[in-house]
Write a protein that binds this ligand. Structure first.
Ligand SMILES: Cc1ncc(COP(=O)(O)O)c(C=O)c1O
Length: 397
């Protein structure tokens, strides 16, 4: 091709070999735990190769690699503009893998607030036990991030957009700060997908995804990914091979199949997200809406600069108490009630119940999560149907 392929073409074809086993059009699920060698000479040759190449030319054992997994990794690397990707068992395996690689006893992590609860649990509950120090800075505040950097800071980690308030970090400025201070930067880009933003293009070192969400896109598989340039995925792969948090071949197949419609799905989800956010913001029974595509969002300008679309998640507070919010959620007919986001089916959750049921009211207040805060992940349903559903549910309040 004379010009680089667009995101839809990449979603379908990137990283795929034209010639596949049995002339199959789909990448086969290579369902094996181990790989065999013709004779001892072939084994010795492989062992010698492995000593010199980061990625050997064949597989040895399922925890170190699998052809179905590698095909998905190649597509993800192409979509994010990386030179390699590591597909793992879940988004949390991707996040914890990056943290294990870049942090050790006595080192320091800067992490922005308003991020996935389990990421914070891991940092405060596990890494702290191993002598890693952490500073949590206010979401989207890069002055605070820079001020928090110390001589022993090794990593800056943020989501963008964040969960649940969809705060956005200026990625180019983050990349520049990291480079100037010699600190690695990592962005959990789960809410954006490579269709809406590509952090590596802005100078960020590592992109992390919960592939469970938009990338796989059908609420039917758990997976995670780390994508980078310049060999940074090599230690991540090594850590996964030791921890054993690798993606299994069938999960990889589902992610690969989901990826083929990524651009199409995200296009619809962007449209649904924006329409729903605008509708809710204009509704008298809605107190506040957080959506990066709305001018009222604190980082609207940053998001508009660095994102091609603003995603399918809309967070909002309705008038009234937690019970009113529950009545509204229960009145919705299209979205399912449950955790997660990014799939073809719309999902709705009252954040305080789904993600923070065990949290003290003071903790919730500190996080800004009121009982009437709702997170709606728009699926690929028709926009008019989603709006009509919201209308009828709000009318019941
Ligand atoms: C932003 C973000 N990162 C990571 C994760 C964890 O992903 P997984 O559930 O695939 O482990 C989630 C899950 O909700 C998330 O929202």
């Amino acid at each position: 091709m004379s010009h680089p392929p667009g995101p839809s073409t990449q979603s379908v074809h990137a990283g795929d070999s034209r010639e596949k086993a049995y002339d199959s059009i789909t990448t086969p699920i290579v369902q094996t735990a181990t790989y065999t060698f013709r004779d001892t000479a072939a084994l010795v040759q492989y062992m010698e190769e492995r000593m010199f190449w980061d990625t050997p030319q064949r597989e040895e054992y399922g925890r170190y690699g699998n052809p179905t997994v590698r095909a998905v990794e190649a597509r993800l690397a192409a979509l994010e503009g990386g030179d390699d990707a590591v597909l793992v068992a879940s988004g949390m395996a991707a996040i914890t893998g990056v943290l294990w690689v870049f942090l050790s006893a006595g080192s320091h992590l800067v992490m922005t607030g308003d991020c996935y609860r389990r990421t914070r649990d891991f940092v405060h509950g596990f890494l702290a036990r191993f002598g890693v120090e952490v500073t949590v800075t206010p979401p989207a505040d890069l002055d605070a991030v820079e001020a928090a950097i110390r001589p022993n800071t090794r990593l800056i980690l943020s989501e963008s957009p964040t969960n649940p308030f969809l705060r956005c970090l200026d990625l180019a400025r983050l990349g520049e700060i990291g480079q100037r201070h010699g600190v690695r930067t990592a962005i959990d880009s789960t809410f954006a997908t490579p269709i809406n933003q590509r952090p590596l293009d802005h100078g960020v070192d590592l992109v992390i995804h919960s592939a469970t969400k938009y990338l796989a896109g059908h609420n039917d598989v758990l997976a995670g990914a780390v994508i980078a340039r310049g060999g940074l995925t090599v230690p991540v792969r090594q850590v996964q091979a030791v921890l054993g948090s690798v993606a299994d071949p069938h999960a990889a197949f589902l992610v690969g199949r989901g990826l083929k419609t990524l651009a199409l799905r995200v296009e619809r989800q962007n449209a649904n997200g924006l329409a729903v956010a605008r509708y809710l913001e204009a509704h008298p029974k809605v107190r506040r809406v957080w959506y990066p595509g709305l001018p009222s969002h604190p980082e609207h300008a940053v998001a508009a600069r660095q994102m091609a679309g603003f995603g399918g998640v809309v967070t909002f507070e309705i008038e009234g108490d937690g019970a009113a919010a529950s009545r509204f959620v229960d009145a919705l007919r299209l979205p399912y009630i449950g955790p997660s986001l990014g799939g073809v089916e719309s999902l709705v959750e009252q954040v305080a119940i789904v993600s923070y049921f065990d949290a003290a009211p003071e903790k919730l207040a500190q996080l800004g999560i009121s009982p009437s805060l709702i997170r709606l992940s728009c699926g690929v349903e028709d926009t008019a149907d989603l709006l009509a559903d919201l209308e009828q549910a709000l009318a019941k309040l």
